[in-house]
Design a protein around this ligand. Structure first.
Ligand code: SF4
Ligand code: SF4
Length: 267
């Protein structure tokens, strides 16, 4: 038995998100980037982790939780929803709003600080923890990573994939994702879905929003999307982003078919 609970981790993550100066952008009139994170847990031995190694899912390079942390028992996954201000700013068609680009760049710095904070929070309780996204073994080769935060979030019960390959959570798809692997046994969150894309209504709204036409009825062409993001980066370095497929669409901030959130953060 450990003193670590999912609720305790969620409370710690929310306190950190609320108080961290990295979650506020002074030069954009004190823009707050993220609201309270949604948090879920997966059993580190869930058979779906082995499935991620298949070529048509993520690929053989995807590591099992035990390959990151010997004795891993649970994987904590979280979704950081962008605030209404960030989302609303990006609803115009065309180039990403400044608020969104800060959300991608400074937002990922905040996400890394949250990963780091949670690792230390768990270690302080006497358990071991690793954040793959911060680990020196983390790699992305040919745009394929050895730890996919979105797929891990799916396994943990946070949401399902969309036509544009975002994850649609109870708080929508506009946000960032992170995870921590721990050697504490934490009750897994029940996945309230079976299909990989059952939260997506296939309404097609995201197809019409995509500047380089990377999305069609069959899905997203990752190369077209990535090339477009590279062009934005070349012009606005170090910031970049697009996210038009995640804003001004029915899945921006909720599950389209289910209007009442099935996961409460009690805030
Ligand atoms: S806009 Fe419609 S089709 Fe596109 S991901 Fe959201 S729900 Fe699916
Ligand atoms: S992020 Fe932008 S370029 Fe990429 S699929 Fe979404 S709308 Fe298209």
């Amino acid at each position: 038995m450990t003193g670590i609970t999912l609720q305790g981790i969620q409370d710690a993550a929310w306190s950190f998100t609320k108080d961290s100066p990295l979650n506020t952008i002074a030069e954009l009139d004190s823009l707050q980037l993220f609201d309270a994170p949604l948090i879920a847990a997966a059993d580190a031995f869930d058979p779906l982790f082995a499935k991620l190694k298949e070529n048509e899912v993520v690929g053989p390079q995807h590591r099992m939780p035990q390959e990151w942390l010997e004795g891993a028992k649970s994987v904590i996954s979280y979704f950081l929803p962008f605030t209404k201000r960030v989302r609303e700013a990006n609803r115009k068609l065309g180039l990403a709003a400044r608020e969104w680009m800060y959300g991608r760049y400074e937002g990922e710095q905040f996400n890394n600080s949250l990963r780091n904070y949670l690792v230390h929070f768990i270690k302080d309780s006497g358990m071991r923890a690793v954040a793959p996204g911060l680990d020196s073994r983390f790699s992305v080769v040919n745009r394929r990573s050895n730890w996919s935060e979105r797929h891990v979030a799916f396994v943990a019960g946070l949401g399902t994939f969309s036509l544009n390959r975002s994850l649609i959570t109870a708080h929508g798809s506009a946000g960032r994702i992170g995870s921590i692997i721990v050697d504490a046994a934490i009750d897994p969150t029940e996945r309230q879905y079976t299909g990989i894309d059952e939260h997506c209504t296939k309404c097609g709204a995201c197809i019409l929003r995509c500047p380089p036409l990377a999305i069609n009825e069959q899905g997203k062409d990752n190369a077209v999307c990535s090339d477009y993001l590279d062009r934005v980066l070349a012009r606005y370095r170090p910031r970049y982003g697009c996210g038009k497929c995640q804003t001004a669409v029915p899945c921006e901030a909720s599950i389209p078919r289910i209007q009442v959130s099935s996961m409460s953060v009690n805030r």
